[in-house]
Design a protein around this ligand. Structure first.
Ligand code: ADP
Ligand code: ADP
Length: 223
């Protein structure tokens, strides 16, 4: 079954005057792993923004988890976002909070007990190899470690879809490998659908995957 489906999707900025993606059609199923590549400025980040509802389609439909983002109301969009794990290139951590507290932010928002939060913080930080850094603050960590915190946070609620924009962009090999491993595991073991914008598909990647290219306003699948 489709988790994401786009029909005649057009995305634009400047009140619709500046079209970035035009008439795109694609569908993505549960457990699919999709790499998105394309020239700089082609619209990769724009597509991710549309998928988490930061920009609204100009034309066509974009359905994520049964919700059409072309017509969704604010409250429904908020609910949808609780099922998305979003990983940003610039981490977007809260620097005044400990690493552990950053990781369980989605669980706090969902109203889980402190006990559950503590247990999950420990489990998640173990997965990203940061167990010993739980009580540190983000700025005491390297860039790679901060991004692993971001990945742990994205996985905290076992999201239906992970959306990642250049997650390993400027990271060291160790952190990059930890992150690719976690995404592979989530996809394989939990059937999480994963979309990753990257400039380079990792050679260590061991799962079957799909490859979309964004170019000249189109979204094309490479076979
Ligand atoms: P990519 O991620 O492939 O590098 P982007 O999706 O970031 O590309 O950008 C696609 C195009 O949209 C670029 O020409 C960029 O300058 C433009 N763009 C991005 N954000 C905005 C915005 N908020 N307003 C107007 N144009 C934008
Ligand atoms: P351990 O805590 O000893 O790593 P688990 O039973 O918790 O063992 O996990 C088994 C496997 O499942 C590990 O490879 C782990 O990376 C993976 N895993 C568990 N939970 C998640 C998650 N939320 N996201 C991604 N991978 C996970």
């Amino acid at each position: 079954s489709n988790v994401i489906s786009a029909k005649n999707l057009t995305l634009a900025y400047d009140n619709g005057r500046k079209e970035i993606i035009k008439n795109a059609n694609f569908s993505i199923g549960k457990g699919d792993f999709v790499f998105i590549t394309g020239p700089s400025g082609s619209g990769k980040s724009t597509l991710l923004k549309a998928l988490y509802g930061q920009i609204r389609p100009k034309e066509g439909s974009l359905v994520v988890g049964g919700v059409d983002l072309a017509s969704v109301k604010a409250r429904k969009l908020q609910e949808l976002r609780t099922h998305l794990g979003i990983i940003f290139q610039d981490y977007k951590l809260i620097n005044e909070w400990t690493v552990a507290k950053n990781v369980v932010l989605p669980l706090m928002i969902a109203g889980y007990s402190i006990d559950v939060q503590n247990t999950q913080a420990h489990r998640l930080l173990k997965h990203v190899k940061l167990a010993e850094h739980a009580e540190k603050f983000p700025l005491e960590l390297s860039g790679g470690e901060q991004q692993r915190v971001g990945v742990a946070r994205a996985l905290a609620k076992n999201p239906v879809v992970i959306l990642a924009d250049e997650p390993t962009g400027n990271l060291d090999d160790y952190s990059s490998n930890v992150i690719w491993d976690l995404m592979e595991n989530a996809c394989q073991q939990l059937e999480t659908t994963v979309l990753v914008v990257t400039h380079k598909i990792p050679t260590i990647f061991s799962l079957p995957y799909r490859h979309f290219i964004i170019e000249s306003k189109g979204v094309y699948e490479v076979h």
